[in-house]
Design a protein around this ligand. Structure first.
Ligand SMILES: Cc1cc2nc3c(=O)[nH]c(=O)nc-3n(C[C@H](O)[C@H](O)[C@H](O)COP(=O)(O)O)c2cc1C
Length: 342
């Protein structure tokens, strides 16, 4: 357990913290990644000692920032950041008190897409309007609404366009999870969305996703690199997945390493997503299944060549269909409706 975990992790004595999110227009147009690295250096210097965790997104000429920590410290950093000339038109889109969802001091994400600054502004305005009307979204839901909203026509026909099933795919070796997303995109004639994440010390991590409709259900399947599982941003979204699909390798050691990463990422989750292992022989499931059992995690088995996306999906999809819970549950909290995990 690292120092951050000891002081602020779920097992620490720390109570609820202040959580705030804002969107602002970026004044910088060039070298955005380098500028974000400079912001990262400032944030690690000032935020970490104050117990503040933050995630920063740059997309379509906008920044979105999510901060969590002691209320007074968050307020102080917000005042400092608000005066920064690298952005303007700052709009608060979320305020709440609750448990920490970011498990480390820094995460950043860059989404490269064709979208214009005006498109993004529209989303910020719509979200702000809903929040002002009394709807309150969880921080991951705010992030998703601003960064990666579901636009699939199948979802738009639903009463709640955000009620879709999310599945994470991770490979024990190679790029199988990315191959699966690419294959699903080709099969369904839709686009792959590419994103880049980074943490406080970790290198850049790529992650792709695809949205499509199959069997009367709208899906988002997300490919994540193995070392991306530790990023605080990835971990904050794990409770939203119905399942995590593990594309196993013929190398048992690699499978064990992947399971260890998953177990760390699942630490302290109340409702961890079910695991689905994909392996070409039934006996290859023995080790990951035993590890999952030891930690009380549901582990389902699919027997298929994990390097073959079509064969893997054919075995995995029926298991995903058994998902009983609603994709998004709505609970009433106080006077405002809290939409969880959108
Ligand atoms: C979008 C955005 C987010 C920022 N977030 C933080 C932050 O979380 N913490 C921080 O100390 N500085 C942040 N900064 C930078 C601060 O505005 C300021 O430049 C920095 O704290 C100055 O400290 P330094 O001179 O010691 O590096 C951010 C700047 C921008 C444009």
């Amino acid at each position: 357990m690292d120092r951050w975990d000891q002081e602020h992790g779920a097992a620490s004595a720390e109570g609820p913290v202040a959580r705030i999110m804002y969107a602002s227009q970026a004044s910088i147009r060039h070298s955005v990644y380098q500028e974000m690295e400079k912001i990262r250096a400032s944030a690690l210097k000032h935020n970490e000692p104050a117990g503040i965790a933050t995630a920063l997104l740059h997309q379509s000429g906008w920044f979105v920032q999510w901060k969590e920590g002691p209320a007074a410290a968050v307020q102080k950093i917000m005042e400092r950041v608000a005066g920064d000339v690298r952005h303007f038109d700052l709009r608060i889109v979320h305020r709440s008190r609750g448990p920490r969802l970011l498990t480390g001091p820094w995460s950043m994400a860059i989404v490269q897409c064709q979208e214009t600054t005006a498109d993004m502004e529209l989303r910020v305005q719509q979200l702000k309007q809903q929040v002002d009307d009394g709807l309150q979204f969880s921080p991951p839901a705010v992030w998703r609404r601003l960064s990666t909203p579901m636009r699939h026509p199948g979802a738009m026909r639903q009463q709640d366009p955000d009620a879709f099933q999310r599945v994470l795919v991770c490979g024990a070796s190679g790029m199988g999870s990315f191959d699966m997303v690419r294959w699903l995109a080709e099969e369904n004639e839709v686009e792959v969305v590419h994103r880049r994440f980074a943490g406080a010390i970790e290198l850049d991590v790529g992650t792709d996703y695809v949205d499509f409709e199959q069997e009367g259900r709208v899906w988002r399947v997300i490919a994540m690199a193995r070392h991306g599982l530790h990023l605080p941003l990835t971990r904050a979204f794990i409770p939203d997945y119905s399942h995590v699909v593990l594309l196993l390798s013929v190398d048992a050691e690699r499978n064990e390493q992947l399971m260890q990463r998953v177990l760390r990422a699942y630490e302290f989750l109340n409702h961890p997503p079910a695991l689905i292992g994909v392996a070409s022989r039934a006996d290859m499931h023995a080790l990951p299944a035993a590890l999952a059992r030891r930690y009380g995690l549901p582990y389902l088995t699919a027997v298929a060549d994990s390097r073959d996306p079509e064969a893997s999906w054919a075995e995995v999809q029926p298991l995903l269909m058994h998902w009983q819970q609603a994709a998004n549950s709505s609970v009433i909290s106080g006077n405002s409706r809290m939409l969880v995990g959108q």
